[in-house]
Design a binder for this molecule. Sequence first.
Ligand code: GLN
Length: 486
Amino acid sequence: MIDKTVAELSVALAAGDISSVELTQAYLDRIARYNDDLNAFITVCEESALDQAKAADLARANGDTSPLLGIPLAHKDIFCTKGITTTCGSRMLQNFVSPYDATVVERFSAAGTVMLGKTNMDEFAMGSSNETSFFGPVRNPWDLSRVPGGSSGGSAAAVAADLCAMATGTDTGGSIRQPAAFCGITGFKPSYGRVSRWGMIAFASSLDQAGSLSKSAEDAALMMNVMAGLDSKDSTSVDTEAVDYSATLNDSLEGLRIGIPKQHFAEGLSAEVESAIRTALLEYEKLGAKVKEISLPNNHLSVSAYYVVAPAEASANLSRYDGVRYGYRCENPVDLEDMYKRTRSEGFGDEVKRRIMVGTYALSAGFYDAYYRKAQKIRRLVKNDFTNAFKEVDVVIGPTSPHTAFELGANSDPVAMYLEDIYTIAVNLAGLPAISIPAGSANGLPIGMHIVAGDFEEAKLLNVAHQFQRQTDWHLSKPTTLGMGA
Ligand code: GLN
């Protein structure tokens, strides 16, 4: 049962084929058995999970028919959870217990889901391999010597290895989609503003967006039905009409116009990923879609612009970790300055420090115009590229990552790591919704296909992804490690 999708589990729970307590226990057993191999969870909430499962079973007995009632999930450890440690993958917050729930967490609880625990992640969501976590790297369930991608690597590995039915993630430059691609699952990043950021620890506020990691696009729609919508606690949350994301999953794709950015099928893309995506496009043609080449002429500038904007915002957001209010404080500071210095040197890891330094530099007097303002201008050009593209096509499709999951430790140069997000980062700069779905494999490792839609066209995007998953089996393939695939 634990290998089923949320949609299937929902039916099984409603039919009484299994109880939430049984299901929750099955996931907890699997976590106990395999989390040492994967390091996907930082915190496991055994007792509270079983309590929530009991409550869900009781609510069902009393007539509650909420679709996600009793479904066990995991939250990325960037979401504040009341009474439960929220570390953000950092020593700085190793012992931080939040006094409130993030809106996303609150909404999933109100929907009757069961929280199994908090998943591992790159420190403060900075990374593309989950190797920057203070709690050690996560391993890819398809090959334990490889990375799961990052920064939502724990959530992706947990879903792929059936340690939970679904998980939350966050995506600032690719952190949901790239790990979904590396782990062979569905990773969905909604439009900026669609899901509340309240209680989600801030990295780069104008780019951060909560989303989902799941076994199918159908499940992503079920999760969106719970997560999305206006939140008065987040001033950037957008007041749009409520959408039923499941309602249009089966719309026909006849006449759908797909744009293929020529810049995404160029130097740097591995031959096996290119051939998988081109084969996947044939499926869409069978469904009645029309494929044409488009151009995103400023795409090559997006990584550079992101690595000015994101560190600048991070340097401001992370200034709150000063040892005074909460989080880590160094031992026996001699004075205030010593406390600030040692707290921050000891509490943050190397990648976080690198970002703070770059960001502070880019914002400093004299350099602001040269870097930050210029990066903002590029951001506008990147957005315009998409606006122009969407005059001609309905969705843009390409690879999520240039290659499949790499070996742990293989990418030691920070700039090489930054280039991991070459196809995903522009989407965050433009605030658009995008999804990565499994679309092939090479040498036993999954390949992700990236689909982007216009502003707030999540329902269309999920429809396009779901129709592919109805035609193909890539999303159903499983790793053969950890007692799976037997
Ligand atoms: N890999 C990118 C970075 O390190 C994106 C991370 C993210 O989306 N949170 O900043």
